[in-house]
Each structure stands twice: as structure tokens, then as C-alpha cells.
Design a protein around this ligand. Structure first.
Ligand SMILES: [Cu+2]
Length: 132
């Protein structure tokens, strides 16, 4: 019984620190090939980082991975962004490519919803793509 205690404490401490980390804006890395790259983890119910900053006019490559068993997707459908994305992200993850042209802050959200209860977005599964 006592051997379970450290794992429980670790889980509790991770639960406390994860939301704070999700709020930190992250700037995508501009690689030598001109592509801006970043990785985002989808979990129940969050994107980490929850705020990604990219530059307009340069291609973006996002490596999306998913934790846990719940289905999640990655949606950007703000008309002001000039592009739309709606991709399911399974256990194998997914790589997304797009080139944002319009500066602004655009919502990222998960459109999944169990038959009963709130949508994942209503549970807080939202993020921000900031195009500068
Ligand atoms: Cu979801």
C-alpha cells in the first residue's frame, strides 16, 4: 500500500503545475528551411502550450500528439484567419502544415463531445494561435 504514495503525490503535483504551464505563450521555432515548427500536446481537456505564437507569411508545421484515451481534434475555423483546420488527432499523432497570412489571435479548440455532458471546448479545451 505504501508504495503507491509517491505515484499519487507525483500525480497531484503534476495536476497542479500543468494548467500554469499551459498558459505560457510559446513561439514556434523558425528553422533554417524557413518553416516554423512547434509541438502541441492534446490532453483531457487542454492544449499544451495553450498559446502559440507564429509569424505571418511563413509556413507552420505543428506536431500534434495526444495523451489519454479520449478522442480529440484540433480546430481553427475563424474566418479572419484566412484558413481553416479540422483534424482528428489519434494515438499516433498528426503533423499539420499551414501558412497563416493574416495577423490576429485565433481560437484553437476541440470539437469533440460525449453524447451526454459538455463539449470538450466547454470543459476548457481551447487555445490561441497568435499570428504576428
Ligand atoms: Cu477533445
Amino acid at each position: 500500500m505504501t508504495r503507491k504514495t509517491p505515484a499519487l503525490l507525483l500525480a497531484l503535483s503534476m495536476g497542479i503545475t500543468a494548467p500554469a504551464l499551459a498558459e505560457e505563450p510559446v513561439t514556434a521555432t523558425l528553422d533554417a528551411d524557413g518553416v516554423q515548427r512547434a509541438a502541441i500536446v492534446l490532453d483531457s481537456y487542454s492544449y499544451t502550450p495553450g498559446h502559440l505564437i507564429v509569424q505571418a507569411g511563413k509556413p507552420v508545421e505543428l506536431k500534434l500528439t495526444k495523451e489519454g484515451f479520449a478522442p480529440h481534434d484540433f480546430v481553427i475555423d475563424d474566418a479572419a484567419a484566412g484558413f481553416t483546420v479540422k483534424e482528428d488527432v489519434g494515438g499516433d499523432g498528426k503533423t499539420l502544415r499551414f501558412t497563416p497570412m493574416n495577423p490576429g489571435k485565433f481560437a484553437i479548440y476541440c470539437s469533440k463531445k460525449a453524447p451526454i455532458g459538455k463539449s470538450h471546448r466547454e470543459k476548457g479545451m481551447e487555445g490561441v494561435l497568435e499570428v504576428r
